[in-house]
Design a protein around this ligand. Structure first.
Ligand SMILES: [Cu+2]
Length: 483
């Protein structure tokens, strides 16, 4: 009873803190920043290893800096790009004027398309974004020094400076990029774009391949690939379409498909096994998540993919009569029992080297916030299980850098459909998920809520490999503030 009332008290305190933060932020405009630490070493392991339930302790033999973890030379075909971040006065197609922060003059920035196995080389220039910029390649498994987190994997790139990213696109799929310097503000101001890694061979065929960014610029302008008022894409009756949906906004978007049955063929860029046909279900795409849909254009000519809230994102494909929208109270897509199982040997009851439990509050993890949250320590070669329990607040799309994890169970029931590999898991209040990953990419990796507003106020932590260090520092002294 006492514990319970204490818990309730803590939750109420947390809510009051959120309300205060939001009020202060609203009152002061975008120049507000929370009291930030002066200098923090995110690779500092002192006192942080004790939270593991087993394992841990010994330092790794091969201590190394994140900065030295680069993509090894290879004969991979090179795809080169240049992205320049700049403050840009944009006129949206509804006539509204916005001062956005853009890559190459637009938001989203250019869609980067490469093939699986390509060596992707991207030169980032900062023209005049005074707060500094970086690029994080969301969902891409790459070497630590290329992850784009200011103060952890590099310094922020200041006006007049450049930085070149280089990594091999090992996994095909739908990804995106965004600044990870003051990410909540910078993504919101427009420093985002799409990265599509086309498969060498696909388990799915399609005639059209489209990628769509669902974006909320400055918390208010609803943009579909930069357009207000929805997006139209060409498709002929009988053609099969792969539609890659990317939710770059903070909140979950419930997406419906009117006019055709559809499949979810990929989540977070990773293909599903044997996905069946769905009709009239709402697909919840969390902040930062990607869902690839596949459908065949009907003889009547038109399909509409749209968010449940009428005034939001809408994509029409083809020409013809408006298809009938499905019911508001239709069922929601459940990936835990979708598609066909495939044994990969990764299960809840296999032996894990370390198991961690993360209890999510409104803006906290295990009752702690930001730099106070102990790192999840791992060692190369280990298998790690993470149990997420959502106790209070909005949905939390928890995102892990540098790895793909497998979703093992929901509410302690193992998944019964296709294996799900992802870089994020969205939890609603009451949800419990267990995920597993192999520690096979030594580095210092963020694990945070991709409601970037939540990350900004502290819902962010690190998964650190033993022995890996960083020469970079987070804090007001360096100006590296990744959020
Ligand atoms: Cu969150």
């Amino acid at each position: 009873m006492i514990n319970r009332s204490k818990k309730t008290f803590n939750s109420i305190t947390m809510l009051i803190v959120i309300i205060l933060l939001v009020t202060v932020a609203a009152a002061c405009g975008s120049s507000i920043s929370l009291k930030q630490p002066e200098e923090i070493n995110m690779g500092d392991m002192s006192g942080h290893a004790s939270h593991a339930q087993g394992g841990g302790g010994a330092a790794a033999d091969n201590a190394a800096s994140c900065a030295e973890k680069t993509e090894p030379a290879s004969n991979a075909p090179v795809k080169q790009f240049e992205l320049t971040a700049a403050v840009t006065k944009l006129t949206l197609n509804n006539g509204k004027k916005v001062e956005a922060w853009t890559f190459n003059g637009s938001t989203p920035g250019p869609e980067l398309r490469v093939q699986e196995g390509d060596r992707v080389v991207v030169k980032l220039n900062n023209k005049d974004v005074k707060k500094g910029v970086t690029i994080h390649w969301h969902g891409v498994v790459l070497p630590c020094s290329q992850d784009g987190v200011a103060g952890v994997t590099q310094n922020a790139i200041w006006p007049g400076e450049s930085f070149t990213y280089e990594f091999v696109a090992k996994h095909s799929g739908t990804y995106w990029y965004h600044s990870h310097q003051q990410s909540s503000q910078q993504a919101n101001k427009g420093l985002i774009g799409r990265l599509i890694v086309e498969p060498k061979t696909s388990s799915f065929t399609y005639d059209r391949d489209y990628a769509v960014t669902m974006q909320k610029l400055e918390d208010k302008h609803v943009l579909t690939n930069g357009q207000t008022g929805g997006l139209h894409l060409d498709a002929e009756p009988g053609e099969t379409v792969r539609l890659r949906l990317i939710n770059s906004s903070n909140l979950v978007q419930w997406m419906g498909v009117a006019g055709a049955p559809f499949q979810v063929i990929s989540m977070d860029g990773q293909d599903l096994n044997g996905p069946g046909l769905l009709e009239g279900e709402w697909v919840g795409v969390g902040g930062g998540q990607r869902y690839d849909l596949r459908f065949t254009m009907p003889a009547s000519g038109k399909v509409r993919v749209y968010s449940k809230e009428e005034s939001k994102w809408s994509i029409t494909l083809g020409e013809g009569a408006e298809p009938e929208k499905h019911r508001e109270d239709a069922k929601t897509f459940d990936f835990t029992s979708y598609g066909t199982p495939k044994d990969d040997g990764i299960t809840s009851d296999m032996a894990f080297d370390r198991t961690y439990k993360l209890v999510l509050g409104p803006i906290d993890i295990n009752g702690k916030s930001g730099h106070q949250i102990p790192h999840l320590m791992v060692k190369e070669g280990e298998w790690i299980k993470v149990r997420f329990e959502h106790q209070m607040g909005q949905e939390h799309p928890m995102h892990l850098h540098g790895h793909l994890f497998k979703v093992l169970s929901k509410n302690d029931k193992p998944l019964t459909g296709s294996p799900i590999y992802a870089d994020s898991i969205m939890l609603f209040k009451g949800d419990v998920y267990e995920v597993a990953f192999k520690a096979d990419n030594p580095g210092l990796w963020m694990e945070h809520c991709h409601n970037l507003g939540h990350a900004f106020v502290g819902m962010t932590m690190m998964v650190n490999y033993e022995g890996v260090t960083t020469p970079y520092r987070v804090g007001t002294k360096s100006g590296n503030l990744p959020d």
